[in-house]
Design a protein around this ligand. Structure first.
Ligand code: SF4
Ligand code: SF4
Length: 61
C-alpha cells in the first residue's frame, strides 16, 4: 500500500486553518505559506478538507 501524504501547492492565503486542525502538528508557516513536514504527516486529510483556498493536495509519499 502506498503511503499518501499531503502537500501545499499554490494559492495558500496564510489563514493557518490547516495548522489548527492538524492532529500531529506537521504544518508550519514560512514566507511562502504553509509547509507540511512529510515525515510527520499521517495522511488524515483534515488540512485539505479545511483549506478554504483548496491549496492542499494529496501526494504519494
Ligand atoms: S488552510 Fe490552506 S490557505 Fe490556510 S494556511 Fe493552510 S494551506 Fe494556506
Ligand atoms: S493530512 Fe492530516 S496529518 Fe497530514 S498535514 Fe494534513 S492534517 Fe496534518
Amino acid at each position: 500500500m502506498p503511503k499518501y501524504i499531503y502537500s501545499v501547492a499554490a494559492g495558500c492565503c496564510f489563514c493557518q486553518e490547516c495548522q489548527y486542525v492538524c492532529p500531529v502538528s506537521a504544518i508550519t508557516m514560512d514566507a511562502a505559506g504553509a509547509h507540511i513536514d512529510p515525515a510527520k504527516c499521517i495522511g488524515c486529510g483534515k488540512c485539505a478538507n479545511n483549506c478554504a483556498s483548496e491549496a492542499i493536495v494529496r501526494v504519494q509519499g
